[in-house]
Design a protein around this ligand. Structure first.
Ligand SMILES: Nc1nc2c(c(=O)[nH]1)N[C@H]1C(S)=C(S)[C@@H](COP(=O)(O)OP(=O)(O)OC[C@H]3O[C@@H](n4cnc5c(=O)[nH]c(N)nc54)[C@H](O)[C@@H]3O)O[C@H]1N2
Ligand SMILES: Nc1nc2c(c(=O)[nH]1)N[C@H]1C(S)=C(S)[C@@H](COP(=O)(O)OP(=O)(O)OC[C@H]3O[C@@H](n4cnc5c(=O)[nH]c(N)nc54)[C@H](O)[C@@H]3O)O[C@H]1N2
Ligand SMILES: [Mo]
Length: 756
């Protein structure tokens, strides 16, 4: 077991992408002992007849040409295609008390889960059991509980088919507690857009990247988290479009990127992709964008799309008055930008005939996430930048099928019509009341009102704030069931009855079946695994949910028929979604189409499914956030911490210890700090530090064993990696309205280690 964490900081000295990306993809396969599989993988990932990459949700190119996969995707694929196994012998040798001190990456590195497991308290180990028994135990456990005390989590990796059956099983059993990773992720985007535009999804397709004149990338690090988007940005910049970014960090991909799919890129020649990165302060985007709008309006309403505003929107006057009254001083202090920078962005926006804004977690992981997303949409609406080529709002989703899971109803709140059709199609009653979201479920576990927790993938106890307490609460449950591909820390905290059920992943062949997924731009298509499963006891997720359904609610659905033929599931999806979401007619027949099909988006056609039938401007004040409040309480020395991903992880799955684009090698326990913030605290670059989280619940939260790294980051702002730094935040630190944890706005104090 390798638990060394000894980070050093040195410049990487090469462009993002390029030959190092190719080398890193090859290394990922070599590390798993399957070096040759990389060929197969590059041939099948995101290609018609192959599998949908289990990495991010950026859409596939679908032109049938060449490779359409990236370094990060290949890492995720190698991780899944490994031939290593966490078998019965492994679990017999390692009691959970021992595994709990292993680093997260070593738990997953053991290999794939290959058989159903049941926790045995006497030996403190998981032990293999037959499938029949696992399903019977789960069913008996669930039947003994009040359904209102049971939660069914989903992580956005699973397929449409599995997610659909999962939510049906939960609702037919009587629980609508369907928290998902989206609650921790893009929930504010969905809410904000639905409220203003009537559609909670992005309004663009990949073609719009080819037509945009200005692309604004806000709070996103695509070089590490959506590398295929870098290729789209790079192409856009090469044809003359302007790309700019708003980010506290000058991420490498923006200033130096080489497309590994181009010869020049492979030879190592990089190019600037973003003309400029505007270095907002953490949480400063709302102020920055208000500044841009204020400046735009001051230049005269002739610059706006007045026809669009008159014909399609409502609330413009209120926004105009609010912007006129907003103070420039406040805008500049809060955004961290200069007046000249705001005028520069306004120049670009005013001149552009088609603007597309993309955003990700730098926007949603904040207390004022909904307000900030709505401010982005306000900006777009002012110039009619929704519903025409090259223009629109693009929340770039996280997990490869997180959007599809939502379309399938795997969430606590769904339209009544969907529930009606669910009842009609299956002929059984379902739970109609809305259920809890992820933070609500964590609270329910902590206060003991939830007694059962089932998860279709994910690592809930590590992804959620207050992980240690939530994991301890899981142990107090009567029942925990994890459908998973690899062992993770959440599994190490079983309930009185604790089960792990081994699932097939995207790359695994599931007999002759295909599953379907929906990407970030609403393209829905088939995915077919290419590798023979490691063990006959692993099950495709849809079939696995059917097995649970057969044991728990045998009369509720033709479980056996659906397990044997996933087309029978798609038929039911089509029937349940009719009139709820357009586009699912002939679902089963059309999934076979190369590239799949686009789910139509009303806002993209300028049809506004809002109460007023128009796109609605929303006015938002620049309100105080958690860091402001902590500064008032404790003093100006409070810093704003954002927890971000390295280049070598997929969420809680950490592949390695390097973050080469940011120049960090061999460890992850670092805190990126401005040199002046270091000097002010008497901390040397590279010194050991203690970090204290200032939660409003008063519970002390401290982290030790971190090193400070002098870094180009705005004063008052610091950054660290997730999940290592998550223990600094409380569950109560979350966005207004959607309760998405504010993982990027944690008030902290930093001291030299000796004084800590
Ligand atoms: N390889 C890989 N791919 C992934 C993932 C992964 O872990 N690894 N995760 C997937 C998932 S689930 C998601 S949600 C996405 C995440 O994709 P990203 O959102 O790109 O991921 P984060 O690392 O959370 O990065 C946030 C970015 O926002 C910036 N930021 C932080 N706070 C602010 C702010 O207040 N304002 C602005 N303007 N910027 C800010 C940070 O500097 C950083 O560049 O990626 C998906 N794809
Ligand atoms: N501090 C901090 N915390 C964060 C974030 C942050 O930026 N900062 N980001 C948040 C975000 S955006 C998200 S989306 C969440 C992610 O939260 P989750 O989705 O809960 O976490 P993951 O790390 O993606 O889950 C990894 C686990 O999924 C399982 N798995 C992988 N593939 C499959 C599969 O095909 N089937 C099944 N059944 N299981 C599979 C494996 O067992 C693996 O251990 O984390 C959130 N937490
Ligand atoms: Mo995410």
């Amino acid at each position: 077991m390798d638990d060394k964490d000894d980070p050093v900081h040195r410049e990487f000295g090469h462009p993002a992408g390029g030959r190092h990306a190719v080398a890193s993809a090859l290394t990922a396969f070599a590390r798993q002992g399957i070096p040759l599989k990389v060929v197969e993988s590059f041939r099948a990932a995101n290609r018609a007849g192959g599998f949908d990459c289990p990495g991010c949700a950026f859409p596939d190119r679908n032109d049938g040409r060449g490779v359409d996969s990236c370094e990060q995707g290949q890492k995720a694929i190698a991780w899944e295609m490994t031939r290593r196994v966490a078998d019965a012998g492994f679990f017999a040798r390692h009691p959970l008390a021992e595994l709990r001190v292993w680093p997260d990456r070593e738990l997953e590195n053991v290999g794939r889960l290959t058989q159903p497991l049941r926790y045995d308290a006497a030996s403190d180990t998981y032990r293999p059991i037959p499938w029949d028994e696992a399903c019977r135990l789960a069913a008996t456990g669930l039947a003994a509980l009040n359904p209102g005390a049971v939660a069914f989590y989903t992580s956005g990796r699973s397929s449409n088919e599995a997610a659909f059956l999962w939510q049906f099983l939960a609702r037919a059993y009587g629980s609508a507690h369907l928290p998902d990773s989206s609650n921790l992720c893009h929930e504010p985007s969905g809410y904000a857009m639905k409220d203003m535009l009537g559609v909670g999804k992005g309004t663009c397709t990949l073609d719009d990247f080819e037509a945009a004149e200005l692309i604004v990338v806000i709070g996103q690090n695509p070089a590490s988290n959506h590398p295929r988007m870098m290729a789209a940005l790079h192409r856009a910049a090469a044809r003359g479009a302007t790309v700019i970014a708003l980010n506290p960090l000058d991420e490498l991909g923006f200033r130096d990127f080489a497309d590994p799919k181009e010869l020049g890129g492979l030879l190592g020649r990089g190019a600037r992709v973003a003309r400029k990165v505007y270095r907002v302060k953490i949480g400063g985007d709302l102020a920055a964008l208000k500044g841009v709008m204020k400046s735009l309006l001051a230049r005269g309403e002739a610059l706006l799309d007045q026809e669009f505003i008159a014909a399609h929107t409502q609330g413009f006057e209120a926004l105009r008055d609010d912007l006129a009254a907003e103070s420039w001083d406040a805008i500049l202090v809060e955004s961290g930008l200069t007046r000249a920078e705001i005028e520069e962005i306004t120049d670009l926006y005013a001149a552009s005939r088609a603007t597309l804004c993309t955003w990700c977690m730098g926007i949603t992981h904040h207390e004022h996430a909904v307000a900030t997303v709505q401010t982005i949409v306000n900006l777009l609406l002012l110039k009619g930048n929704v519903g025409r080529p090259g223009a629109g709002a693009v929340p770039v989703r996280g997990h490869s099928n997180v959007q599809g899971n939502r379309t399938m109803g795997a969430t606590g709140k769904v339209p009544a019509r969907f529930l009606d059709q669910l009842e009609a199609v299956f002929g059984v009653p379902v739970q109609r009341a809305p259920g809890l979201d992820a933070v609500g479920v964590a609270q329910g576990l902590l206060d003991g009102t939830l007694r059962g927790f089932l998860a279709l993938g994910g690592n809930f106890g590590v992804a959620i704030p207050d992980g240690p307490r939530v994991r301890a609460a899981l142990e107090n449950c009567e029942l925990t069931v994890h459908v998973a591909t690899k062992l993770n820390r959440t599994h190490l905290h079983p309930g009185r009855l604790g089960l792990i059920l081994p699932a097939l992943g995207r790359t695994d062949r599931d007999r002759d079946e295909v599953v379907t997924v929906e990407d970030s731009m609403s393209m829905t298509h088939a995915s077919r695994g290419i590798q023979e499963p490691l063990s006959p006891a692993m099950r495709g997720e849809p079939a696995l949910v059917c097995a649970l359904g057969e044991a728990l609610l045998p009369g509720a659905a033709p479980w056996g028929k659906m397990a044997a033929d996933y087309g029978a599931i798609r038929g039911r999806i089509e029937a349940c979604l009719a009139g709820v979401f357009d586009g699912f007619a002939d679902y089963d027949a059309r999934v076979g189409q190369p590239g799949g099909f686009w789910l139509p988006n009303a806002a993209a056609r300028r049809q506004w499914n809002t109460a007023s039938g128009r796109a609605e401007f929303r006015v938002h004040a620049m309100a105080e956030g958690p860091v402001h409040r902590a500064r008032r309480r404790v003093g100006p020395q409070v810093l704003a911490l954002m927890t971000v991903r390295s280049h070598d992880q997929f969420n809680t799955t950490v592949y390695g210890q390097d973050d080469r684009y940011r120049g960090i090698f061999g460890g992850r326990r670092v805190l990126f700090m401005n040199a002046r913030d270091l000097a002010g605290r008497g901390i040397a670059d590279g010194a050991a530090i203690a970090i204290e989280g200032l939660a409003e619940d008063g519970v002390p939260r401290q982290l030790h064993g971190f090193r400070a790294v002098a870094y180009d980051i705005p004063e008052g702002c610091v950054a660290a990696y997730f999940p290592e730094a998550t223990p600094l935040m409380a569950l109560s630190l979350a966005s207004r309205i959607t309760a998405t944890p504010a993982y990027k706005e944690i008030p902290v104090l930093v001291r030299p280690a000796a004084a800590g």
